[in-house]
Design a protein around this ligand. Structure first.
Ligand code: KIV
Ligand code: ZN
Length: 515
């Protein structure tokens, strides 16, 4: 491979999923993995197989469906973790075990309670074990940027000697700065005698808002793999954003002459897909994929743009797949046009899902005069997230207004049995949620309720996100409808369905991912 090629390692499904509330179902993870694969991601980190049965299943299913990318499973340094990762990757065309251990004084003393020499032994043992299962082994020095430099060099050299093919230098707590991170990568290249036998990798968190800058500094200093996530989601303030790293490299070829294999025109769809599935909104002014990233508000800027778009645009919206939201279809559009439009928007639904989506599209077209691309995206995302439904909203009637109490009459189907109740509440949403609780009693706590209009106008669809928390685990559900209260009921029920799946899939010995 050319020395200027930078591998893109996407960890949206592992580090990204560690963001509180960002948990995804198996079907959603597969949908994202297939998209990342088609987009040209080199390595997809699909999960942490020992953490739960759900994570094991995702790594194993993603391994089965991914065609081109390497599929990676995370493991701590112990034999159980590594065996489980190896097992989950069995169906992968190309599988990678990513094993890690902390190397900084603060982590070794307080988290691991291990002496440095014992950590060094564990590095050799874990990499050797992983290499006995797969050819492709990545080793990470957790909290590398706060690690003693001499010790880091010894660990890296030992890991490569034991068979590691990629060495990752995580800035686990988002503490480093570009010049310091570049200095660490440069130092490893200069001091570790066998460093040319492995690819050096960056993994930067965004606690100081420097994840992308640090990753790029790492590349300039010789790293050839960047670990990142779509929209920068991840632990705490998140990880380096894939779209920002890729576009920075593309736009500044003059001073960063490196290439990735990413099809940049798929970036906007990837961003929408991940934000839709996780219900994590993309901030309006987010670089590359924010709603305002290509908007020109001031008169002077608009004037400049009309004369020549290079006056205020360093890349075109089309280069990252942003097209003007077009008026798409109406109630007379047929199945064929609908299928073609969805294909254009990046959806490839099976026959049944396509038919269900088409029926909902017709119903929506009856209610809403103008249907835009975003309406279809919301409708189909809602359809896809309906996978494992134990509970379903059948009907809802709400009495609201300035004279309370507000009242909701709800019909819910729970495992095939339909029941009806009426509940009151402090406002129509509260009444609706109380009715759900009466028909399906549960202890989960409401953590977030968010309403967003999919398009403009008073007939816009409402997209509602609801996050519920039970025993420290949170799940997010979404619902869309032109009626905000129906969308709210659907979102709440969708979160409950996810909670049921989570209860089932989480093994009693489930471990929380380490970072
Ligand atoms: O941030 C971190 O250190 C990690 C490692 C597991 C690579 O996510
Ligand atoms: Zn991380």
């Amino acid at each position: 491979m050319a020395d200027s090629r930078v591998l893109i390692f996407d960890t949206t499904l592992r580090d990204g999923e560690q963001s509180p509330g960002a948990s995804m179902t198996l079907e959603e993870k597969i949908q994202i993995a297939e998209f990342l694969d088609a987009m040209g991601v080199d390595i997809i980190e699909a999960g942490f197989p020992i953490a739960s049965n759900g994570d094991f299943e995702s790594v194993s299913e993603v391994s089965r469906v991914v065609k081109n990318a390497v599929v990676c499973g995370l493991a701590r340094a112990g034999a159980k973790d590594i065996d489980r990762a190896g097992e989950a990757l069995r169906q992968a065309k190309r599988g990678r075990i990513h094993t890690f251990i902390s190397t900084s004084p603060v982590h070794m003393k307080h988290k691991l309670q291990m002496e440095p020499e014992a950590v060094l032994d564990a590095v050799v043992r874990s990499v050797t074990m992983a290499r006995n299962l797969v050819e492709d082994v990545e080793w990470s020095a957790e909290d590398a940027t706060r690690t003693d430099r001499d010790f880091l060099c010894r660990c890296v050299e030992a890991a490569i000697k034991a068979g590691a093919t990629t060495i990752n230098i995580p800035d686990t707590v988002g503490y480093t700065m570009p010049q310091e991170y570049a200095e660490i990568i440069g130092m490893l290249r200069a001091r570790v005698p066998n460093i040319d036998q492995a690819v050096l990798s960056t993994h930067c968190h965004n606690d100081l808002g420097l994840a992308v800058a640090n990753s790029l500094a790492g590349v300039a200093a010789g790293a050839r793999q960047v670990e990142c996530t779509i929209n920068g989601i991840g632990e705490r303030a998140g990880n380096a954003a894939l779209e920002e790293v890729v576009m920075a490299l593309q736009v500044r070829q003059d001073i960063m002459p490196y290439q990735t294999g990413i099809q940049a025109a798929m970036i906007a769809r990837a961003s929408k897909l991940v934000s839709g599935i996780t219900s994590f909104p993309v901030q309006f002014n987010k670089a590359i994929v924010g709603q305002n990233a290509f908007a020109h508000e001031s008169g002077i800027h608009q004037d400049g743009m009309l004369k020549n778009n290079q006056t205020y645009e360093i890349m075109t919206p089309e280069s990252v797949g942003i097209t003007k939201s077009s008026l798409v279809m109406g109630k007379h559009s047929g199945r064929h046009a609908f299928r073609e439009k969805l294909k254009e928007l990046g959806y490839d639904l099976g026959e049944n899902a396509m038919e269900d989506a088409f029926v909902r599209f017709k119903a929506l077209a009856d209610k809403k005069k103008h249907l835009f691309d975003d309406d279809l995206v919301a409708l189909v995302d809602d359809e896809v997230s309906r996978g494992n439904e134990h509970i379903r909203v059948i009907s809802l009637r709400v009495v609201a207004g300035s004279f309370g109490p507000q009242e909701a009459t709800l019909e819910l189907e729970v495992d095939g049995v339909v029941e009806k109740t009426t509940a009151t509440g402090d406002g129509p949403v509260d009444a609706t949620f109380n009715a759900i609780k009466a028909l399906f009693p549960h202890e989960a706590r409401l953590q977030l309720f968010k309403v967003h209009a999919v398009t403009e106008g008073t007939d816009a669809q409402a997209e509602v996100s609801v996050r519920l928390e039970e025993n420290g685990k949170s799940v997010t559900g979404r619902g869309t409808d032109t009626d905000t209260l129906v969308a709210s009921a659907r979102a709440y029920v969708s979160a409950l369905n996810r909670l049921l799946v989570k209860r089932q899939r989480t093994a009693p010995e489930a471990l929380r991912a380490a970072t």
